[in-house]
Design a protein around this ligand. Structure first.
Ligand SMILES: Nc1ncnc2c1ncn2[C@@H]1O[C@H](COP(=O)(O)OP(=O)(O)OP(=O)(O)O)[C@@H](O)[C@H]1O
Length: 707
C-alpha cells in the first residue's frame, strides 16, 4: 500500500488536486472473505500458477523496465484500445458452470428477451466435451437452470445506503431525520417545514426501494446485497455496472472502494472452480473522468481519448488493461489507482472525489485455448464512483478551482439525468453524448445489461434537501426497470408510498425509541400505491386546521427541458434543474398542515421555506366556495402578520443604522455588536421567509381565481 501511495505521489503533477489517502480499513476482510480468498488462492495454486503468463499481446506506452520498476504489477496490458461495448465477440455456448447461482439472491424477477434468442450450441463445442466437464444432457439441463437464474437477476436494482452522522453534524447538533423499515425496504425522510402561518411541522416522505441499508450495515453485507448477484452474469455475455450516486460526503467512495476487490475475489473463485479450465482471464482497468477529460489511473494518469467507432461503440484509446490472477495483484492495482485519483476539499467533505472514477473488470476468454491469439471480451463489470453533487448555494465557500470542478461535475450529472429522463419517457433519442460520463454509462442502461445503483445519503437534518433529491433521483432510476424502454419486472407500486405530516412538537425521529417510531410515523404503512392517498387528499377540506393539497402530474417536463438546455453549462446545479423537472412531473404527494400563530422557533426557521412551495400552488385543487372562504380568511391573517413584519422591518432598519453609528464610535463592544447583528439577521431572514409565504398564498389565490 505504501508503494501505491508513493506511486501516487510520484504521479501527482502540478495543478492536480491532492491524492486520496487510501484507507486500509476498506480492505479488511471478514471471515467469509478470508475463506473465499484462501480458497481462491488454493485454486490458483492448483490450477493457475500465481505468476502471470503473457497471454495477451503486450503493447505498452512506456518501456517495460519502467513499468517493472514501479512494483510487481502484471506487465500485460491490453492492445491499447478498450472497447466498452464489445460483447459480440464471443458466443458463450461453450461456457458452462455448475452451482453458479447458489448464493441467495433477493432480487426481483426480470426476463430479458435478449437471452431468448441466445441458444447454446453445446454439441459443437469440442472444448467442453474434451474437458469432460459435464455429460451433454446434464449440460443442457444445467444451462437451462443458469439461464433461468440469470434472467431472475433484476435489470436495474436500486439500493439506498444511509451513513452515520459524522462528527461535524453531531457537533452542530443536527438530527438524524431518516428512519428505515427493513421489512418493507422503505425509508422515511422527516423534513421540517413551515406552515403558511410560519409554525413548524414535519413532512414525511416515504420511499420504497429494492433494498435500504442503514448505518450499521457492513461493506460485506452491502456487497452481498448489490454486486454479488450480478457477478455470475458477466460470464454470460452481460455488461454489469454498479454505480454510487449522492451528495458530496454521503459515503460514495466509502461504499464503492471495497466492492471491486470483493468482486474480483468472487470472479476468481468462479474462474477457478465453476469455470475452471475454460480459458477465462480477468483484466482490470481504472480511469477517471475529470473536467470532461479521461485519465488512466493505472498509467500515471495519462490523458486518454474516447472515441466512437463506426458502430457507435465507445472506445477508450490507449487505456491500459492489466491481467490479474490473484487477489493481491488486483488489490495493488486498485490501491495504485485510488492513490492518484483527483480529490479535493469541499464544504461537506475534506477528501472529496472531484472526478468520476471507473474501474472495470473484464472477463476474457482465449480463442480455442490458443494463447497466441488475443483473448476476447466475454463480459464486463464496471464500478463507477461518481463525483459528489453539490448545490450552487453550498459552493460559495469553495475556492475557484473547486467551483469550476463543481460546475463540471454538475454538468455531467445533469447529462446523466437527462439520459435517465429520456429513457424514462421512452424517447427514441437518448442523449448519451451529453458528457463523457454518459458515454461511458451508455452500457449500463442499454442492451443486455445489469445495473446496480447505490444511492448514498447523509442522515442529517442539514442535508435534507440533498437527501430528497438523491432519493427522488433513485426513485426515477428505479422506475426505469418497470418502464417500456428497459422493460420487464414487477407490477410493484410507485416507490414513493406517501407523504404525511405531524406537528414539530410531536415529531422528531430521535425522540422516539425505535420500536415506537414505526407506530408514530407510518400512519399507513400498509398503504402502498397512490390511489387511496390521492383520494384522501382530494376529499380533504382545506381548512384552518387541516389543509390537504394533492398534486397531480401537470406535464411540465417540456418546460424543464427548454429551461435546462438554456442553462446548461452554467454554475446552476443539477439539483436545481432536477428539482424543477421532478417537481413538475408525476411527483404525487399529499401535504397536510395546520395553522396557528407565530412563535420564536418558527421565526428562526422561516428562512427554510422552499421555493418549491411556489410550484405547489399551481397544482393544488381548490374548488369549492368553502375553500375560497378559508383561503380569504387565511389571507387576512397573513396580511395582518405582514403589516407587523413591515413595522418590524422598519425597526430593523433603524436599529441597523444605530448599530453602524455605534460601530464607528471608539471603544465599541464588538461582541455586543455581532450578537445584535446576528439577531437582526435572523429577524430579516424570518421577514424574507414571510414574504415568500405571502407570495405563495397570493399565487394560490390567483390560481383559485383561474380555476
Ligand atoms: N457507511 C459509513 N459508515 C461509516 N463512515 C462512513 C460511511 N459512509 C461514509 N463514511 C465516512 O464519511 C466520510 C465521507 O465519505 P466519502 O468520502 O465516501 O463520501 P463521498 O460521497 O465519496 O464524497 P465525495 O463525493 O465528496 O467524494 C468519510 O470519512 C467516510 O469514511
Amino acid at each position: 500500500m505504501k508503494a501505491a501511495a508513493a506511486a501516487g505521489r510520484q504521479a501527482q503533477r502540478s495543478g492536480h488536486r491532492h491524492q486520496r489517502q487510501y484507507s486500509s480499513e476498506q480492505f479488511i476482510f471478514d471471515v467469509d472473505y478470508s475463506r473465499m480468498l484462501r480458497s481462491a488462492q488454493r485454486g490458483l495454486a492448483g490450477e493457475f500458477p500465481l505468476s502471470s503468463e503473457p497471454l495477451t499481446p503486450t503493447v505498452s506506452s512506456r518501456p517495460s523496465s519502467q513499468m517493472m520498476s514501479r512494483g510487481d504489477f502484471s506487465p500485460e496490458v491490453s492492445p491499447g484500445i478498450l472497447d466498452l461495448h464489445s460483447y459480440d465477440t464471443e458466443l458463450l455456448s461453450d461456457i458452462r458452470a455448475s452451482g453458479l447461482y447458489d448464493s441467495p439472491s433477493s432480487l426481483g424477477h426480470t426476463i430479458d428477451p435478449e437471452f431468448d434468442d441466445f441458444e447454446p450450441n453445446y454439441y459443437g463445442n469440442d472444448q467442453v466435451r474434451k474437458a469432460g466437464l459435464l455429460p451433454e444432457d446434464d449440460l443442457r439441463k444445467s444451462f437451462d437452470v443458469d439461464k433461468e437464474k440469470l434472467s431472475s437477476v433484476a435489470k436495474i436494482k436500486v439500493v439506498v445506503r444511509k451513513r452515520p452522522l459524522n462528527k461535524k453534524e453531531r457537533a452542530k447538533r443536527e438530527e438524524d431525520i431518516i428512519t428505515i423499515e427493513h421489512s418493507t425496504s422503505s425509508l422515511t425522510v422527516h423534513e421540517t417545514k413551515l406552515k403558511v402561518d410560519l409554525t413548524e411541522y414535519v413532512e414525511k416522505h416515504e420511499f420504497v426501494f429494492d433494498a435500504v441499508l442503514d448505518e450499521d450495515v457492513s461493506n460485506d453485507e452491502l456487497y452481498s446485497e448489490t454486486v454479488e448477484p450480478i457477478v455470475p452474469t458477466i460470464f454470460q455475455r452481460t455488461k454489469a455496472t454498479c454505480f454510487a450516486y449522492g451528495q458530496t460526503g454521503s459515503g460514495k467512495t466509502y461504499t464503492m472502494q471495497p466492492l471491486p476487490l470483493r468482486a474480483s475475489q468472487h470472479i476468481l473463485r468462479l474462474m477457478h472452480h465453476a469455470y475452471k479450465n475454460q480459458g477465462f482471464q480477468l483484466f482490470v482497468s481504472f480511469f477517471e473522468i475529470y473536467g470532461g477529460k479521461v485519465f488512466d489511473l493505472l498509467s500515471d494518469r495519462r490523458k486518454l481519448c474516447m472515441r466512437e467507432d463506426g458502430k457507435q461503440q465507445v472506445c477508450i484509446v490507449g487505456l491500459h488493461e492489466f491481467r490479474v490472477s490473484s487477489v493481491d495483484n488486483i488489490k495493488e492495482h486498485i490501491e495504485k489507482g485510488n492513490a492518484i485519483r483527483t480529490t479535493g476539499t469541499t464544504g461537506a467533505n475534506e477528501e472529496s472525489s472531484r472526478s468520476h472514477a471507473v474501474l472495470q473488470l473484464a472477463i476474457k476468454k482465449l480463442q480455442d485455448g490458443n494463447e497466441s491469439k488475443p483473448a476476447r471480451v466475454i463480459g464486463k463489470l464496471s464500478f463507477i464512483d461518481l463525483a459528489g453533487s453539490e448545490r450552487g448555494a453550498d459552493t460559495t465557500d469553495n475556492d475557484k478551482q473547486t467551483r469550476i470542478e463543481g460546475a463540471e461535475i454538475n454538468k455531467s450529472l445533469l447529462a446523466l439525468k437527462e439520459c435517465i429522463r429520456a429513457l424514462d419517457s421512452d424517447q427514441t433519442h437518448i442523449p448519451f453524448r451529453g458528457s463523457k460520463l454518459t458515454e461511458v454509462l451508455r452500457d449500463s442502461f442499454m442492451g443486455n445489461s445489469r445495473t446496480v445503483m447505490i444511492s448514498c445519503i447523509s442522515p442529517s437534518s442539514g442535508s435534507c434537501e440533498h437527501t430528497l433529491n438523491t432519493l427522488r433521483y433513485a426513485d426515477r432510476v428505479k422506475s426505469l426497470s418497470k418502464g417500456g424502454n428497459l422493460k420487464k419486472e414487477i407490477s410493484a407500486p410507485s416507490n414513493l408510498r406517501e407523504s404525511t405530516t405531524a406537528s414539530i412538537d410531536s415529531v422528531s425521529p430521535n425522540l422516539f425509541p425505535p420500536e415506537n417510531r414505526g407506530m408514530e410515523y407510518n400512519i399507513e404503512t400498509h398503504n402502498f400505491g397512490w390511489t387511496e392517498q390521492i383520494q384522501k387528499a382530494a376529499s380533504s377540506h382545506f381548512n384552518a386546521d387541516n389543509v390537504s393539497i394533492g398534486r397531480e402530474d401537470v406535464g411540465l417536463a417540456s418546460s424543464y427541458s427548454n429551461h435546462s438546455s438554456k442553462n446548461r453549462g452554467s454554475i446552476r446545479t443539477e439539483h436545481e434543474f432536477f428539482d424543477a423537472a421532478y417537481d413538475n412531473r408525476s411527483w404525487r404527494k399529499a401535504e397536510s398542515y395546520s395553522s396557528t400563530g407565530f412563535n420564536e422557533k418558527t421565526m428562526r426557521a422561516t428562512a427554510q421555506i422552499k421555493k418549491r412551495d411556489a410550484i405547489d400552488v399551481h397544482n393544488s385543487f381548490l374548488n369549492s366556495d368553502d375553500d375560497l372562504n378559508i383561503l380569504l380568511k387565511e389571507e387576512e391573517d397573513l396580511v395582518i402578520a405582514h403589516r407587523r413584519h413591515i413595522v418590524e422591518t422598519l425597526d430593523n432598519v433603524k436599529e441597523e443604522m444605530k448599530l453602524l453609528e455605534e460601530l464607528e464610535k471608539p471603544g465599541n463592544q464588538l461582541d455586543t455588536y455581532i450578537s445584535r447583528l446576528d439577531a437582526l439577521l435572523s429577524r430579516k431572514a424570518a421577514g424574507i421567509g414571510h414574504l415568500q409565504t405571502r407570495l405563495v398564498h397570493i399565487q394560490r389565490l390567483l390560481s383559485f381565481g383561474r380555476a
